[in-house]
Design a protein around this ligand. Sequence first.
Ligand SMILES: [Zn+2]
Length: 312
Amino acid sequence: MLVEYEKAKASDVEVQFKDKAESKKFSKIAKENNAITALRVLDRGSEARRVVLNTITMAMVSDCAHHLYESLRCFEKRKFVPAFNLLRKPLLDSLMYLSWMVADEDDFYTAFSSGDPTQINQKIIGNRRKEIIEKALGKTELTNTIQSDDIVSTVFDSRNENGLYGLFQHAVHLITVDRIEIKTAPENFNFIFKHPFDDDIYETLYATLPTVLLYMAHLVMLLFDQIKPMDADSKNAFALRTINGYRFIQSEENAIILAEAMGTALSPIIKCETCGTALKVTLHNAARLLFTDTYRCSHCGKNSPFPLSSIL
Ligand SMILES: [Zn+2]
């Protein structure tokens, strides 16, 4: 989404000036101050607001994507301390602002443009976390799939032993003593002596991260839709792929049910181009079809494209 929006310059805001005088006045103020101030002086508050929100969305999503990507790369290499450090900012910080913008754009913009950064400090929004996330989730297509309480408890609750908050704190601090539930063990430093091949952290991660990332992805989709309405088919394909992909990785039982359903619908009508064998929707092919719009022939091994998400 980010790359396509950037390429199309979709976040640029076009302003139609009334006449040459207004255009000239804009250029003068923009040169002396900046374009946003100029729009506000010219009483074009709604355009200024769109510029601000578009700019924040693009930059914050980009920052999130960079952090998440590097974090997952570190997890792949079992460098879990830097991995949690990298995961901490997008999940503890950015996720709240993205949620706030989706939940109540007016409220966010008023606080952001108040000129007082304490208005948008995490300490202030921390008290409203539950309310903001619940409201934002209510605007997504995920209300039947995930619970707002799960997001709050996974990311922000130090008492949740199966959540991520304690892991974030232990990754960033060698000693933690303020909260009993994440207190450093005696004669220890947090995390640094942990064996890199211990799997318990990965079990927590697999159980929690998909839910949070699914929520975040849908927030981003809604925010981009505000910048410029998305193509309806692409939007449906995104929802289908992410929600079913999420269900698929939630449990083997889900995966089998999904693969069977896909097999019933697709096997009778799709044959391998090379050897003519009917498509067999194995778990591997179900995941392939969902995530990459391709499948692998179970007979000859040829990979073929199949536009599942656009067809559905
Ligand atoms: Zn084949």
